[in-house]
Ligand binder design. Structure first.
Ligand SMILES: NC(=O)c1ccc[n+]([C@@H]2O[C@H](COP(=O)([O-])OP(=O)(O)OC[C@H]3O[C@@H](n4cnc5c(N)ncnc54)[C@H](O)[C@@H]3O)[C@@H](O)[C@H]2O)c1
Length: 176
């Protein structure tokens, strides 16, 4: 049985395709704050059209996944507590002055910080400016977990390269 359990935080254009691919090899929890998005995906349809219904339905599980693969979709943060990899794919919009709005990233970091355990790894895939991971996100993880980066837990930044609507260069074909 896998000891790896992956959480994907934010199930949009970027997060859902990633969660579906990981779920073919690992148990995955897909977490989103939008209940109607989770309901839609649990019914087997992705309105962003990034993931085909058959592909989605081949991995979705309506109960928590304990085995070697499968995707459990939820709005409940408690379901994240036994994951050890956390991948953050929440939106990073800009405001009317074109300044980045980090609120979703901060909120996602709070959610993760509350369930983070020793040796867990957090990977940010949302698009941010240089320094945002260490200056804005890591302090939130440390505050809510009571632990220290690079001693107790580890963090990576891996900006997503997905191109919505491009059916040729999909998530499995883009090298990172
Ligand atoms: N879509 C793209 O083409 C693309 C390409 C490269 C990079 N990116 C970057 O990837 C990130 C995600 O983009 P996207 O297009 O997938 O966004 P999206 O709006 O399609 O999806 C984001 C999802 O995150 C959820 N969410 C918001 N706040 C949350 C929170 N606190 N906890 C859990 N879920 C939360 C939303 O409900 C939504 O379902 C952004 O930073 C974006 O800039 C996107």
């Amino acid at each position: 049985m896998n000891t790896t359990k992956i959480a994907v935080i934010g199930l949009g254009y970027v997060g859902l395709p990633l969660a579906v691919e990981f779920a073919k090899k690992f148990p995955v929890v897909g977490f989103d704050i939008n209940q109607s998005r989770v309901d839609e995906l649990n019914s087997g349809t992705d309105s962003t059209l990034e993931v085909d219904d058959d592909n989605l339905q081949s991995v979705v599980s309506l109960s928590e996944v304990e085995g070697n693969n499968g995707l459990y979709l939820t709005t409940k943060p408690a379901a994240l507590s036994d994951c050890n990899y956390y991948i953050v794919t929440v939106p990073t919009p800009t405001d009317k002055n074109n300044r980045p709005v980090l609120t979703p990233l901060i909120k996602a970091s709070e959610t993760i910080g509350k369930v983070l355990k020793k040796d867990d790894i957090v990977i940010y895939e949302s698009t941010v400016y240089p320094g945002a991971t260490e200056e804005d996100c890591v302090p939130v993880l440390e505050l809510y977990s009571g632990m220290k980066m690079n001693t107790d837990f580890f963090v990576g930044y891996s900006p997503e390269r997905i191109n919505p609507g491009d059916k040729l260069h999909t998530v499995t074909k883009i090298k990172k």
